[in-house]
Each structure stands twice: as C-alpha cells, then as structure tokens.
Design a protein. Structure first.
Lengths: 124, 193
C-alpha cells in the first residue's frame, strides 16, 4: 500500500501513514485553510487500509493544537478506526498530550467518550 | 491631502489614534479582509510576543485558540450573505488588547439584521451553559453538525466559552435598515489559569 508522508507546517500537521512499517501518526498543529481537502487523502488512505489492515493497528495522535474545524475531521478519522474495531480488527488509539496541557488531555477524553475503540492517553 | 494643513491634521489624528490605542492597551488592530494568511500572521505575531514576555503556556494556548476561532468566524461567516457591498465580503475589524490581568480579543463585522435573532439566541444559549453542558454540546455538534462550504463547523463560539470560561460579550449597532455591526469580545485571564 502507498505510504503517505506530509511534512508539518505552522498550520498543518505532520502526517505519516506507513502500513509496511506500521507507523500511523498525526502530529503538530492543525488549522489548515481548507480542512476537508487537507484530510481527504488521510480518510481515503484509511478506507483502503481497512480492506487489508495489519494484524494490529496503532494510531498515534500527537497534536499540540487543532482548531474547531479540524476537530470534526479528527472525529471522522477516529470513526474510521472505530469501524475497524467493530469489524473485529485489533485497533488502538494513542492520544499524546503535553503534560501541562489539560485542554488537550480533555479533548482526548471527549473523543474516547464518542468513539467505541480502545483508547490510551499518553502524557509527555 | 493636497495641502500642508490637511497633512498636519492627518498626522495629528494618527497621534490621537496612537494615544487611544495605548490608553486601551491595544496591541494589535486590523481592518480589512480576514484571510487565512492574515490569521497565520496575527497568531504567530501574538505568539512570539507572548513568548518573549514569558506568558505562561496555558495563557498562550488560550489566546491562540480564541484568536483563531474569532478570525475564522469572520472569514467563514462575514460573507454569508447576498450583498455586494464591500462591508460584507469577509471583512471586519480585529483587535487584541493586553491588560494587567487579561487579554481581550475583539472582532466586529457587518451582519444582516435577520441574523441578529439567531446569533443572540446562539450566544445566550452558550452563555447560560455550564462546563459540563458545553462539553456535551460540543460533542453533539461535532458528531451531528456538518461542515459548511467554507469549512465552518459551528463550534467556534462554544470553544471560545470553554477555553476562556467567561461569558461571550457582544453588541449589535445599526449600520442601515438592513444591516448591523456585530461586535464580540472574549477575555482570557492572565492570572487564574
């Protein structure tokens, strides 16, 4: 499967979707000018990945900031992972947050409430 | 400005303007079209100023959040209507002020009068809600709401109230029979974070 690597910038996150090396990660800041088109390749990649996933899928979120428009697209990503979990595939979300950032920790808790998928909070 | 007297008058106005900015502790003011580039420039400028001044991380993050949502409110909603008037095409005024105890982020943009009732209800509803209710509303809107064509998620006001923990202060001033100027100000405490 094709690997997606997007360099982060001041308003877009770094994204690695590499099935062969089992790295699925979104990190940095997310306030793209057009959230839907920015996240579209990520959602498409996940749809394809779901057809033939690795034995175990760990998805890492390590965001320092995201705007409200991004929050909706992050939920779309989490819902794709929830679908995989519902189909009986092994999925784990790791939500990383800076240890002094209560709001980012809380955002993780909220997502964990909404989607039914194993969810781990990791402070750094 | 075709004669000396006019130039002098203008420069005196600039000085008055400068003094009144100082008196109101305004650190940033802008009038015009709010684009993504403007949003990036203002947030990064404010961020570097706050970091130079050793503002606590939690305050920096809140100011950043509120600025982005306020700016995007204008860029995504200020041109939601039919008029071709320059007033209505994603333009507005944007101010940041820094006092001893708090930052304020203020926006102003023209809205059609028939939006006033909707906006008032929306803001009053958010202002009435406590932390837990706001959290539930945010989750509900994230799940059920749809992104508008311009990428508005209907979450901005909720997020601002949650991040600042303060009521959203707003005011409508008449421009014409059909339109009003919508002002909104959010304050971020520098002390109780």
């Amino acid at each position: 499967m094709e690997t997606i690597k997007i360099q982060g910038s001041e308003d877009t996150p770094k994204i690695i979707l590499d099935a062969a090396n089992e790295i699925l990660e979104i990190s940095g800041r997310s306030l793209p000018e057009d959230v839907s088109s920015f996240y579209e390749p990520v959602l498409n990649w996940l749809t394809e990945y779901t057809e033939n996933p690795n034995k175990k899928t760990i998805f890492n979120f390590k965001l320092t900031y995201f705007n409200t428009a991004s929050s909706k697209l992050l939920l779309d990503i989490l819902m794709k992972l929830e679908e995989m979990h519902e189909k009986g595939q092994e999925v784990l979300i790791r939500w990383h947050y800076p240890e002094d950032d209560e709001d980012m920790a809380e955002a993780g808790e909220e997502y964990a409430d909404i989607v039914d998928v194993p969810f781990e909070q990791v402070s750094y | 400005m075709d004669n000396k007297k006019d130039v002098k008058g203008f420069l005196e106005f600039v000085y008055e303007f400068y003094k009144s900015m100082k008196a109101h502790e305004i650190t940033l003011v802008y009038e015009g079209e709010i684009t993504h580039q403007i949003t990036k420039a203002f947030t990064s400028l404010t961020e570097s100023n706050m970091s130079k001044e050793d503002e606590p991380n939690s305050v920096q993050r809140k100011v950043f959040h509120v600025m982005v949502e306020c700016l995007q409110n204008i860029s995504k909603h200020a041109d939601d209507f039919t008029s071709n008037d320059y007033l209505f095409s994603g333009r507005g005024i944007f101010l940041v002020s820094k006092g001893e105890n708090e930052y304020s982020v203020t926006t102003g943009n023209a809205v059609e009068n028939d939006k006033i009732e909707y906006l008032t209800e929306l803001l009053e509803n958010i202002n009435r809600m406590d932390k837990e209710e706001l959290k539930e509303l945010y989750k509900k809107q994230m799940k059920e709401g749809r992104l508008s064509e311009k990428g508005g998620a209907g979450l901005g006001f909720i997020d601002i109230k949650r991040k600042t923990n303060k009521e959203l202060e707003y005011h409508f001033l008449p421009i014409s029979d059909d339109t009003s100027f919508f002002l909104l100000t959010s304050t971020i405490s520098r002390t109780d974070n």
